[in-house]
Write a protein that binds this ligand. Sequence first.
Ligand code: HEC
Length: 124
Amino acid sequence: MCKRILLMSVVVGVAMSGSAAMAGDAGAGKAVFQSSCSICHSVQSGQNKIGPTLFGVVGRKTGSVAGYSYSPANEKAELTWDNATLDKYLESPRAVVPGTKMTYGGLKDPTKRADLIAYLDTLK
Ligand code: HEC
């Protein structure tokens, strides 16, 4: 009986640390954002720079920031910026939105992408 409880807590502990790693580290992601994205993107609501604000980006539709002049490609992409879509987009923006005017080559490191997306998810 006792052994079974111990075994279960070990299994739960491993599962939890596994999912935490997958979810990314928002603190590390903030540093990635500042070095790779902040030159073109603000995180303040309503503040557009070269790119649209990324406030509330997780869960929003492509091309939905009021007052920002998107390229037709981004405007008509009809995607929702969820974790999976952002992961593909940030690896290679032009593969997901061909014709985008975001001139960013892509973030190839999957851990940095997961961290960055975890940070973007805090902007709400
Ligand atoms: C050189 C400037 C530049 C950099 C660097 C840049 N972006 Fe962008 N981003 C843009 C522009 C411009 C657009 C608008 C694209 C369009 O309309 O085609 C955009 C669009 C986006 C969109 C789509 C927004 C929407 O409302 O549909 C997301 C998400 C995004 N960028 C995330 C990022 C992230 C995260 C980074 C850092 C890894 C980053 N960008 C780096 C310029 C940049």
